[in-house]
Design a protein around this ligand. Structure first.
Ligand code: MF3
Ligand code: CO
Ligand code: CO
Length: 251
């Protein structure tokens, strides 16, 4: 069963989502050559606790940090490290909180200093693919519409969609039903209903779609060593369309 949230629950999810987005936006702006992902993780956790929330990730199946920091060929679930980010890197930052029992989950990929036009295009297309997926969301649409839209944007640009990880329902748990693949067929899968909340999160690779997990048991990297990017929003389904619960503050 896919949980349907009440208005009161959606209001709490918006609070959680906005806090998540504000902190992610903040550490995203800190990312620069010379700063470490370790420092970004520390800052995110500090702000999260200061706001009366806790990290959604720390302790989740034993994950040891508040933020997933995945650099270059790392796809998702990279550990924060003390070595500094370097000019030309791209870093995917994925962050989640639990506030008053409800989860928020959002991710961005950030350029570090000056990056290559190729890397910038991957980041732009991945962001666009998330927007295309979100644009499908509306009561009465099908789950497959989301994946199909994401996949079309990524593949038209010559990139591949990661299949080993998918998006998910989110609410009183970080991962609820349904799975939200970033590939699919229009008109297939469950029908979306107002009050469902989905974390839509395309992971797009410059080369092959396959990933492998490193010895640490967490870090997913591209099998061919090429770049990967990741964006994620927590999105509520409404009768008219959607409500993005993790929009960053106006810049
Ligand atoms: N935030 C990830 C997702 O988008 C899950 C992170 S798993 C964790 O679903 F263990 F790192 F928390
Ligand atoms: Co996430
Ligand atoms: Co997620």
């Amino acid at each position: 069963m896919i949980p349907i949230k009440t208005e009161a629950e959606l209001a709490k999810m918006l609070e959680a989502g906005q806090l998540t987005a504000r902190i992610l936006h903040h550490i995203g702006q800190m990312a620069a050559p010379g700063i470490s992902t370790w420092e970004l993780d520390q800052e995110a956790e500090r702000l999260c606790l200061a706001a009366g929330a806790r990290s959604a990730f720390k302790g989740y199946h034993g994950y040891p940090y508040a933020v997933c920091c995945s650099v270059n060929q790392q796809v998702v679930h990279g550990f924060p490290v003390k070595s500094p980010l370097e000019d030309g890197d791209i870093v995917s930052l994925d962050f989640g909180v639990v506030l008053d029992g409800f989860y928020g989950d959002t991710a961005i990929t950030v350029p570090v200093g000056r990056i290559s036009p190729e890397a910038l295009n991957l980041v732009t297309v991945t962001r666009d693919s998330l927007a295309a997926g979100i644009n499908q969301v509306k009561a009465g649409a099908y789950l497959g519409d989301i994946g199909a839209a994401v996949q079309e944007v990524a593949e038209k640009a010559g990139y591949s969609v990661v299949r080993q990880f998918v998006g998910h329902g989110i609410g009183k748990a970080m991962h609820e039903e349904p799975s939200v693949p970033n590939f699919g067929i229009r008109g297939h899968g469950p029908k979306l209903q107002a009050g469902m909340v989905l974390a839509i999160e395309p992971m797009i690779n410059m080369g092959r779609s396959e990933v492998k997990i490193l010895e640490d048991g967490w870090t997913a990297v591209t099998i061919d060593g090429k770049l990967s990017a990741h964006f994620e929003h927590t999105v509520a389904v409404t009768a008219a369309g959607y409500n993005i619960l993790t929009l960053p503050p106006i810049q």
